[in-house]
Design a protein around this ligand. Sequence first.
Ligand SMILES: Nc1ncnc2c1ncn2[C@@H]1O[C@H](COP(=O)(O)OP(=O)(O)OP(=O)(O)O)[C@@H](O)[C@H]1O
Length: 245
Amino acid sequence: MTNSAIATDTLSKSYGNTLALDALTLEVAAGEVFGLLGHNGAGKTTTVNVLTTLLGPTSGTAEVAGHSVTADAMGVRRSIGYLPENVQFYDNLTLMENLRFFAELSGLRRPDQRIRDVLRILDFEGRDRQRMGTFSKGMRQRVGIAQAILHAPSVLFLDEPTSGLDPEGVRTLRETIVRLNSEFGMTIFMNTHLLSEVTKTCTSIGILRGGTLIHHDTLAKTLSNFPGEGSLEEIYFQLESEKVS
Ligand SMILES: Nc1ncnc2c1ncn2[C@@H]1O[C@H](COP(=O)(O)OP(=O)(O)OP(=O)(O)O)[C@@H](O)[C@H]1O
């Protein structure tokens, strides 16, 4: 038995003739904050879409929280939360009304109690009657996280969570991610382009290039294995530009 939150074996996904994900074999241990990096079109969103069961794989296997994405997609969905890159809300409804709507959709037994807990976890107390349309982009991202964790998932997927946020929004979101991981033990899997955030948040990283995983290690080992490079950004560009052997 392993304590993998995510385990894939030669997982591939094609769109017609485009091989977007090429035999991905990856393990993310429970309790990690994993950052998936790569240029535009590298296959990051495809990976998240397959792991969250939005898309079926073309071949290979993947388990999330111990459930197969193909044989037990419902088990996966019950165990995960997902913040898409562009999360949508009902702007004319309040924060509470939005969360109640999503809580009812996911069939929560005592939605109001859980919503109150989640509002407290995300420091939204006192804002539950505020209309969503008045929230900043950073706050909307955190409401997206609130929505994603209503059913207390063990694994949380975030697709470009800091995209379009100002520095304060980025910092607050980072604190939220770190807190969900350290206080509530959630495994976090995030796609991101923001390497400075990866350095501050992630415990391990993977780099995809053209659908192939070209690097996977803990952040600490990645940094120590490239002592000549000043930052993760420089390491990333070095790895990304290396010739495929
Ligand atoms: N629905 C689709 N139909 C056809 N090709 C697609 C589809 N979705 C993605 N692709 C292609 O698959 C490859 C991987 O795309 P994907 O969106 O997974 O990359 P990404 O790393 O998330 O990129 P980005 O950082 O721009 O979001 C790209 O070549 C893309 O053009």
